[in-house]
Design a protein around this ligand. Structure first.
Ligand code: SF4
Length: 402
């Protein structure tokens, strides 16, 4: 189903210190630089060519959004509300659902005062970057927080009235065995979380971890990593977290509506440096250059951003901004993003969107993958099998149209 309301992504590129594995667009900054950025960001939001369109999800990502002052976060939310959510009591889509408004937080940088201000600003979902409950693993990754920081922040978030809370975790760390990951999961899964994201560590060229990997314990091999994933899936499902996407698990009704927009190929607008958008049938993205961004949106000038066509666009994938993928067409994206969801894709949605039958475009791939046991026919379309999920990188690549 095509969702007519927009998702809004706000990029906050600041972090207190760079983690060892990180190649996201993030850096440390003084208060003056942050202020300059927030002013430009607000100006960019208010000048959006899509103002007047309704939004029903907002996601503050980064970087570390929680390094901003509460006042700055509130100011940004006011701009988003006035531009995309003029009806404050509903999201304007007529179904009465409140918008989902998420902010990512580092457990070290939230305070009860900030959390209270978030609530007041309408933020109703918190996503903590925890990554691991193990002190050695946190140190190896270069995270600035401890597990105790997470426990305290989580309690403070609950006390502030947040119910919808996610923790991001990582697997496939140097020296990590399946048992280590299970210890982290055992610690966190009974803490009242509603959502858990579990991504594999990706060694990104140029990061301190990748450049010095020989100095760390060996990475788990492919078999060990698969074992970790399978044990994690069955453990989480036994504890009531159902897997709705390859790397995402939620209690019923707490699936992340914003991320579902990416996997469903719904429209979203990204604001801030490097932010990608997909709206009005176009994909486009902002400059990654801080000074250029502030120049462009910091003054009176509100120059249009540069547009790039969908074909051959390099776009930031929704899977947590961890990697970039080459996209050849919207049909390809529809398939390889949609098949990441455990429910898969609906043939009728493909037809609605492209006016073609999925089988006419992808008949050969579908036939081969079904025979190989990596894809299965569902009531309404197609989904990956467990074996397909195990080799999803290869299986999904088959949907790229040359
Ligand atoms: S991993 Fe997250 S918290 Fe760490 S430096 Fe990168 S953006 Fe910041």
């Amino acid at each position: 189903m095509i969702n007519k309301s927009l998702g809004i992504y706000i990029h906050i590129p600041f972090c207190e210190r760079k983690c060892r594995y990180c190649d996201f667009l993030s850096f440390s900054a003084n208060e003056g630089k942050k202020k300059k950025y927030v002013d430009a960001l607000i100006r960019e939001i208010r000048a959006s060519e899509f103002s007047g369109r309704k939004a029903d999800t907002v996601f503050f990502g980064g970087g570390t959004p929680s390094v901003l002052t509460a006042e700055d976060t509130v100011r940004i939310m006011e701009a988003v509300r006035e531009t995309f959510m003029p009806d404050t009591d509903t999201d304007g889509d007529g179904n009465g659902n409140a918008p989902e408004i998420t902010t990512e937080c580092n457990p070290k940088t939230v305070t009860p005062e900030k959390l209270a201000a978030y609530r007041k600003a309408g933020i109703n979902r918190i996503s903590f970057g925890l990554q691991s409950a193990d002190v050695k693993e946190l140190k190896l990754l270069g995270r600035i927080h401890s597990f105790t920081d997470f426990e305290e922040s989580l309690n403070a978030a609950k006390e502030a009235g947040f119910e919808n809370i996610n923790a991001d975790l990582m697997m496939g760390l140097p020296g990590q065995r399946a048992g280590d990951l299970m210890k982290t999961l055992e610690k966190v899964c009974d803490m009242g979380l509603k959502h858990i994201s579990l991504y594999s560590l990706i060694l990104e060229e140029g990061t301190p971890l990748a450049d010095n990997i020989a100095g760390f314990p060996p990475l788990p091999d492919e078999d060990e990593e698969r074992r970790m994933y399978h044990e994690a899936v069955s453990f989480l499902e036994n504890r009531g977290f159902h897997r709705y996407e390859i790397s995402n698990f939620a209690k019923k009704g707490f699936e992340c509506r914003h991320n579902l927009k990416y996997w469903d190929l719904d429209e979203y607008m990204g604001f801030g440096i490097g932010a990608a958008s997909f709206a009005g049938g176009r994909r486009f993205s902002n400059t990654k250059d801080f000074e250029e961004y502030v120049r462009r949106y910091g003054g009176q000038e509100t120059a249009p951003r540069s547009f790039r066509k969908a074909k051959g666009t390099v776009f930031v994938s929704p899977e947590g901004r961890h990697r970039t993928v080459l996209v050849y067409s919207l049909m390809s994206e529809f398939m390889f993003l949609g098949l990441r969801k455990t429910e898969g894709i609906r043939s009728a949605d493909f037809k609605d969107r492209f006016g073609e039958d999925v089988i006419d475009i992808y008949g050969d791939v579908i036939k081969r993958q079904t025979e190989e046991g990596t894809l299965v026919r569902t009531k309404e379309g197609y989904a990956l099998t467990e074996r397909g999920i195990d080799v999803s990188n290869y299986v999904l690549a088959d949907y790229i149209l040359e």
